[in-house]
Structures are given as structure tokens and as C-alpha cells.
Design a protein around this ligand. Structure first.
Ligand code: CTP
Length: 400
């Protein structure tokens, strides 16, 4: 259930904070990507570096970090949008009270307010504190608001007393997190989505072909984001330079003609995302034997391939959503907008090859998401960009 999921692990200042290190590892072993947010007092129990090196991400503590870059103060919003699940383990009485009252005076409590995903709270404190009327009131209030509370276990506590207040075993937290994720209905639940990805190859002879440097990264990222939003995803991909995701239904093709044949089979899908870099031309003639250089024939005759997206636009099903990509080297928005109109699309994602740190092979991209009314600019890692694009098009606040 946790494979491919994005989890924010919130750690507050209790003695059980060290157990969050093991929880982080278990989430990762289950295939989740984890980012950690700590309260300032949690850093007195476990060092920042521990979580930074294990999670592979900067740990967030303050809303305004000392050396903040221009847009870093919006991290709580970006992280809140990024996550599929927010787990606070351990959660002190203090943080519990803040969440119950909507206080946002540190990175953790602010991210809670910004989060669109379910929140699992694991309250952990001394037995007397846990039984106190104020904590009880806050717990009831949070439960009424629809947050998930995992009750602490009874046993020997840090104070030396026996009581109810211990953080449950890591396996119990993991199981509860999986159950919550399993019960989430994403905005694309029950939808059939087809994503095309990567380049096509148009063979001239058995050893030569026409193609482009598309890596498949953006298409696969879109497919994973759609799957994580609950969709039943099929990816039709050309010869890509990165591993094909094992947990998606994938179909491999080589040429534009093959891609067209497979896309037609899936043309009834609810949503079609054409991220493939389809060759616009193919040789008029394909030689069955290698062309010898002695042949005095240095020109190559080409013919147009089928514009698959235009065909889909002309055969659009009722209620179907068609999303195309546009790769431009000039007049980005103008050219992309005319493709949107000409190909009868609902959305087009415009990439410029002239941007720094963007394009075919890069892990990053800068795009404009355009439809008849909107033009939203995004700049991020391709994986995170795909999540933002899917969220923007099919926005729906996930249930607490
Ligand atoms: N596309 C397609 N079939 C083709 C060529 C492109 O379905 N034969 C799709 C791409 O997958 C993309 C969109 O059309 O979603 C735009 O592709 P792009 O290469 O940017 O533009 P073209 O339509 O090929 O136009 P041009 O080459 O003139 O920019």
C-alpha cells in the first residue's frame, strides 16, 4: 500500500522521537518517499543530520530557515500539497493542542494546516498527562474533525511510572498508515488513464533510425502521479533511457505507427496524456538490409507520420480529457495555445527547450499548464511537477 507514496513524518519533542528513525526506515523499505519535519524541541532528542541523511531531504524545522532562498518560506504549502499522508510520531500534548486549535507557530504545525492529505497522530506522553481533561478534550476534538488517532500503548514510561502513553510499535504504526492509504479515494479513483512516454524510432535500415533524445522521465512521472491519485494507468512507451516502472501496466512500442495502433486500442480511456515525443516523419522506404555507403544515394525520402493527438482530438469521447505536451524552441505559449486549439485538447503542457535545467534528459523541468482559461507556470523536479499538474487539473482535497 505504501509503495510509491509520499509521506511527511512529523517528529515532536518526546523521548520516543528516536523511534521515529526506525519508522522512517520502515516507511522507506515499504517503498514510500519520506520527508521529515521536526519541532524545535524534537531536535533536542534526535539530531537533524540523522533524519537528513536517512531521508535524503533537508529536514524542515523553521518556517523561515536562517539561510532561506527566496521562496523557501512557502515550503509548508509545497510539502502539504506533495504528501499523500502525514504521520506525527511521537506527538506531544503541546503539538496536539496546537493542531486542535489551528495554531501554526512552527514548520510542523503550519504544514499540518496546509496539508491536503490524511493526518495520523500518535500521541505519546506520560500516563497522567494522557488522562488529563485538556488532552482528552483535544483528542476528542481531533477525532471529531476526522483526523486519525493511534492510541498509545500501556507500559513502562520514561518518567519511571507505569501507564498509558507509550508510542506503539513501529509495525503497528506502519499497518495503521497502510490502512489509511488503502482507504483514500484519490481524485482519479476508478478512472482509466493512458499515458504515452519516451521517443519513437523510425528505422531506415536494420541499424539506423530517426529519433529524438526523449528519456521518458516526464511521461513516467505523469503516469506515477496519476496512479497515486487512484487511476488505473496504462503506459505506452517507446525505447526509453531509464528503467520502466515495474508497478505500472506498461506496453512497449518502437515506431510512431505502432504507438498509433496501441493508442487506438485504448482510445476509450477517461483521460489520455500524450507525453511521448512522437517522430513527425518516417522514411518512405525501409531497407531490409543495411544500406552500403558505396551506394550513390545520400538523400532520404520522408513521409509524415500520423499525428496521434490530432486523431484523438477528432475522435474525442464524451467526457474524455485529452492532455498534450508541446515542445517549443520559440513563442512557447503562443505555439502551445494554437496546438491546444488545433488538436481539440483540454490541457496542454508547454515545455521550452531554451530554459536552463529543463528538457529531454534533465530531472527538472519548467512548464506552462495551459487551457482555455488558465496559464500556470511550474518549475520543479519532473516527479514533483507531475504531482502538481495532476493536482491542478483534478484538484480535490483528500479526506482527513
Ligand atoms: N504528437 C502526436 N503525434 C505526432 C506528433 C506529436 O500525437 N505525430 C503529440 C505529442 O505527443 C505531443 C503533441 O502532439 O503531446 C505536440 O507535439 P510537438 O512535437 O510539440 O508538436 P507537433 O504537433 O509535432 O508540431 P511541431 O512539430 O510543428 O511543433
Amino acid at each position: 500500500m505504501l509503495s510509491g507514496k509520499r509521506i511527511i513524518l512529523g517528529v515532536t519533542g518526546g523521548i520516543a522521537a528516536y523511534k521515529a528513525v526506525f519508522l522512517l526506515r520502515e516507511f522507506q523499505k515499504a517503498g514510500a518517499e519520506v520527508r521529515v519535519v521536526m519541532t524545535p524541541s524534537a531536535t533536542r532528542f534526535v539530531g537533524l543530520e540523522t533524519f537528513t541523511s536517512l531521508s535524503g531531504h533537508q529536514v524542515a524545522v523553521e518556517i523561515f530557515p536562517e539561510e532561506s532562498s527566496a521562496n523557501e518560506w512557502t515550503r509548508h504549502i509545497n510539502w502539504g500539497e506533495w504528501a499523500d499522508l502525514f504521520v506525527i510520531a511521537p506527538c506531544t500534548a503541546n503539538t496536539l493542542a496546537k493542531i486542535s486549535n489551528g495554531i501554526s507557530d512552527n514548520m510542523l504545525s503550519s504544514t499540518v494546516l496546509a496539508a491536503r492529505c490524511p493526518l495520523l497522530i500518535c500521541p505519546t506522553m506520560d500516563g497522567e498527562m494522557y488522562e488529563s481533561p485538556a488532552v482528552n478534550k483535544n483528542l476528542n476534538d481531533l477525532q471529531d474533525k476526522g483526523y486519525h488517532i493511534l492510541e498509545p500503548e500501556s507500559g513502562y514510561l520514561a518518567s519511571g511510572l507505569e501507564g498509558k502513553g507509550r508510542l506503539p510499535e513501529v509495525e503497528t504504526i506502519l499497518k495503521t498508515a497502510s490502512d489509511i492509504i488503502g482507504s483514500i479515494e484519490g481524485p482519479l479513483q476508478g478512472k482509466k488513464v493512458v499515458v504515452t512516454a519516451g521517443p519513437t524510432r523510425e528505422f531506415i535500415d536494420p541499424v539506423r533510425f530517426l529519433s529524438n533524445p526523449s528519456s521518458g522521465k516526464m511521461g513516467f512521472a505523469m503516469a506515477e502521479a496519476a496512479r497515486n491519485a487512484g487511476a488505473d494507468v496504462t503506459v505506452i512507451h517507446g525505447p526509453v533511457s531509464i528503467p520502466v516502472p515495474e508497478d505500472l501496466h506498461t506496453i512497449s512500442i518502437t515506431s510512431a505507427a505502432e504507438l498509433f495502433e496501441r493508442v487506438k486500442e485504448y482510445a476509450q480511456a477517461d483521460i489520455i496524456i500524450m507525453a511521448a515525443a512522437v517522430s513527425d516523419f518516417t522514411p518512405k522506404k525501409t531497407y531490409t538490409q543495411k544500406i552500403k555507403k558505396q551506394l550513390d544515394n545520400s538523400s532520404l525520402e520522408l513521409k509524415r507520420t500520423q499525428d496521434i493527438l490530432s486523431w484523438l482530438g477528432n475522435h474525442k469521447q464524451e467526457g474524455q480529457i485529452l492532455i498534450g505536451f508541446a515542445m517549443e524552441t520559440e513563442a512557447l505559449v503562443k505555439n502551445a495555445t494554437s496546438k491546444l486549439e488545433q488538436k481539440n485538447l483540454d490541457w496542454i503542457i508547454a515545455n521550452s527547450l531554451n530554459q536552463e535545467d529543463a528538457g529531454f534528459e534533465s530531472d527538472f523541468n519548467t512548464v506552462h499548464l495551459i487551457n482555455a482559461d488558465d496559464n500556470i507556470k511550474f518549475k520543479d523536479r519532473k516527479k514533483d511537477l507531475a504531482i502538481q499538474i495532476i493536482n491542478s487539473i483534478f484538484r480535490q482535497r483528500k479526506n482527513h
